[in-house]
Write a protein that binds this ligand. Structure first.
Ligand code: 13P
Length: 250
C-alpha cells in the first residue's frame, strides 16, 4: 500500500482567524488514517494558528511556503528556515512555480534554499514543473529532471532520501486543467528515476512525488490511482474545509 501525502498550499489566503476556523472544522471531522500524512502550508502569519490546532496530531504537520537561504541577518521582509522551525514549521515549499515565475527564483536559489532548510531541520518539498511552451516543445521531462537535479545539487544521499517532491505543470496551476493520468505517470516516473540516480539507491526511489495543478475532489482519485503518484499538492481546492476534507479522505 502507498504511503500518501496530502498537502494544502493556501498561498496568500487565510488570515490567522480564518486559519483557526478552518482547522476547527477540519479537525472536527478528520480522523487519523495510518496510510497518510496531511500537510498545511499557510501564509507565515497564520502558521501559529495551524501549529496550535494540530499540536497533538502526528499525522498532521505544518510548513511555510518560502524561506530565505541565509540563516539570519539584515534581510528585511524575509523569513529564515530557523525562524520558521522555531515557529513550529516542519516543512517548506521550495521552487514553487509562482516563486520561480513571478519572483524570479532561479535554480541556483532553490539549491541554496534546500541547503538552508536542511541546516534548520525543515523537510523541503521541492516543486518542479514545465510551462506550456516547454511542454509543446517536448521538453517536459528534461526540464523537470533538470530542476530537481539543480535543487538537490551537492546534497548527500541521506538528504535526497529525506525530501518530498511535487510535479506541478505550470499550465495546470489555477487553470482548471490537470495533467492526464498518463502524462502524470510519465513525469512522475522520470522524477523517481532522477531521485534514484541522485541518491544512488532504493531509499531515494521511495521519496514521495506529489502531483499538483487544479486538483479537486472530483479528479483526485484518478490521479492517486497512478502508480508513481504518492499524493497531491493542492491550492484553490484546499481553501474550503469541506472540499479539503473530501480530498484528504480520498
Ligand atoms: P491549484 O490547485 O489552485 O491549481 O494550485 C496548485 C498549486 O500551485 C499548489 O501548490
Amino acid at each position: 500500500m502507498k504511503s500518501l501525502v496530502f498537502a494544502a498550499n493556501w498561498k496568500m489566503n487565510q488570515a490567522p482567524a480564518d486559519a483557526a476556523l478552518f482547522m476547527r472544522t477540519f479537525l472536527g471531522q478528520y480522523t487519523r488514517q495510518n496510510d497518510r500524512r496531511v500537510l498545511f502550508f499557510p501564509p507565515a502569519v497564520s502558521l501559529h494558528a495551524v501549529v496550535e490546532a494540530i499540536h497533538d496530531r502526528a499525522d498532521l504537520q505544518a510548513g511555510v511556503q518560502n524561506i530565505h537561504w541565509e540563516d539570519s541577518g539584515a534581510f528585511t521582509g524575509e523569513l529564515s528556515a530557523g525562524l520558521a522551525r522555531g515557529a513550529g514549521a516542519r516543512y517548506v515549499l521550495i521552487g514553487h512555480s509562482e516563486r520561480r515565475h513571478l519572483f524570479g527564483e532561479t535554480e541556483a536559489d532553490t539549491a541554496k534554499k534546500v541547503a538552508a532548510a536542511v541546516r534548520a531541520g525543515l523537510t523541503p518539498l521541492i516543486c518542479v514543473g514545465e510551462t506550456l511552451p516547454q511542454r509543446e516543445a517536448g521538453e517536459t521531462l528534461a526540464i523537470i529532471r533538470r530542476q530537481l537535479h539543480a535543487a538537490l545539487e551537492g546534497q548527500d544521499a541521506g538528504v535526497v532520501a529525506s525530501v518530498l517532491v511535487a510535479y506541478e505543470p505550470v499550465w495546470a496551476i489555477g487553470t482548471g486543467r490537470t495533467a492526464t493520468p498518463p502524462d502524470a505517470a510519465e513525469a512522475h516516473a522520470a522524477l523517481k528515476a532522477e531521485l534514484r540516480e541522485l541518491g544512488g539507491g532504493e531509499r531515494s526511489g521511495a521519496v514521495p512525488v506529489l502531483y499538483g495543478g487544479s486538483v479537486n475532489r472530483s479528479n483526485v482519485a484518478g490521479l492517486l490511482a497512478v502508480d508513481d503518484v504518492d499524493g497531491v499538492l493542492v491550492g484553490g481546492a484546499s481553501l474550503d474545509a469541506e472540499q479539503w476534507l473530501a480530498i484528504a479522505r480520498s
